[in-house]
Design a protein around this ligand. Structure first.
Ligand code: ATP
Length: 360
């Protein structure tokens, strides 16, 4: 059982700049007072009453912590410490300072498939390790695939955000309808029993986007996106995939499979010829094919714009809520932003609950 330290986190760490925001709080850079070492602190507001929709349940944080302890791997963010006060839990995590993989790629002029595969391989290594421990991430998307640093020419992948992750126990049937519409598997939408295969569907979607700059199931509305997923309504647009190898398409096709039992596993992906070519011809094909950079840059710019738009929307909403309550809190946005705003999305509620930034 993980220890949640009752001490004040600020006695041990100096709190620094905001690195990012999630549904239940902020992530800030912190510096350890004794050594000066930098870490990332994830502040999670704890739900005060069972009926409240504000904050996260303590049991969910316990689950995230237990899973982080179980998945120690070079391609997965490391948990160092956990602090707890009356209102929040603070996870002290390895500082992942290289930003999101998609932003790193979008800055390049061009990228060969073989170069993109170096990153895919690391994602699959991290995922394969989790899956070997019967742990599924359940929220794989570009925002949760980061790079270790900005300086190295070959930075390491780090998977983050285990807030929806689940550890399967022998014979257990687990269902959940949480996730981000663009990336969720059909069995999540259908409320069927889940397995680690749901992550592999998300890998198929992420690979599709990475190669073409198109999102395979995205529609103007979340409902439309979910309908497209259920109907398996996707194709390889000839123009957008004109620079893509047939091996890459085969890789995606073996992941975007409706039946989770028929989908490639992470282990099988690592042996697919697109990732691990056997013949010289296969090697040459990967070196001749490249990602559709023009389209990818457009996709990423739109994604970032939506993320900031939704953040401003959430912050405005919070200000309105505070004004309505007549709050005298002098700094309501300081550590709260998204976390304190009530969800306003409509059906299907929990599917859309997680992160507006990733919605259509
Ligand atoms: P969500 O609402 O997407 O589930 P969350 O509340 O679970 O989010 P995270 O996704 O873990 O929070 O973190 C939010 C953001 O903070 C990330 O998108 C990332 O930008 C940043 N972040 C998280 N962990 C780290 C880290 N270890 N190092 C650097 N930045 C981080």
């Amino acid at each position: 059982m993980a220890v949640f330290k009752p001490e004040n986190v600020e006695d041990f760490y100096e709190i620094g700049e905001v690195l990012g925001s999630g549904h239940f709080g902020q992530v800030r850079q912190v510096s350890e007072r004794t050594s000066g070492t930098c870490w990332a602190a994830k502040f999670l507001k704890i739900r005060k009453t069972a009926g409240s929709r504000l904050g996260v349940e303590r049991s969910s944080v316990e689950k995230e912590v237990q899973i982080l302890h179980a998945v120690q791997h070079p391609n997965i963010v490391t948990l160092k410490d956990v602090f707890e006060s009356r209102a929040e839990v603070v996870l002290i995590l390895e500082l992942v300072s290289g930003g999101e993989l998609f932003d790193f790629i979008a800055e390049k002029e061009n990228l060969l498939e073989s170069e993109a595969i170096e990153f895919m391989e690391q994602i699959l290594e991290g995922l394969g390790f989790m899956h070997s421990k019967n742990i599924a991430h359940f929220d794989l998307k570009p925002e949760n695939i980061m790079l270790s640093d900005k300086v190295s020419p070959h930075p390491n992948i780090k998977l983050i955000d285990f807030g929806l992750a689940h550890h399967f126990h022998q014979g257990e049937e687990y269902r959940s309808t949480s996730g981000t519409p663009q990336y969720i598997a059909p069995e999540v939408i259908n409320c069927d029993p889940l397995s680690t295969a749901a992550d592999m569907w998300s890998i198929g979607v992420i690979t599709y986007i990475l190669l073409s700059g198109l999102s395979p199931f995205q529609d103007d509305t979340n409902e439309g996106t979910l309908r497209n997923i259920i109907a398996m309504n996707y194709e390889f647009d000839e123009q957008c995939f004109s620079m893509t190898s047939s091996m890459a398409k085969d890789f995606i096709q073996k992941l975007l499979v409706k039946d989770p039992n028929e989908r490639m596993t992470a282990e099988e992906c690592l042996l697919h010829p697109w990732i691990k070519p056997i013949t010289r011809k296969q090697v040459a094909k990967r070196n001749r094919s490249s990602i559709n950079m023009k389209n990818f840059k457009k996709f990423n710019a739109r994604r970032k714009w939506k993320m900031s738009y939704n953040m401003v929307w959430m912050c405005n909403r919070l200000v309105q809520l505070q004004l309505l309550k007549g709050s005298s809190d002098p700094d309501p946005l300081q550590r709260q932003c998204e976390s304190d705003a009530e969800d306003t999305e409509s059906k299907p509620a929990s599917l859309l609950r997680r992160r507006l930034s990733s919605s259509s």
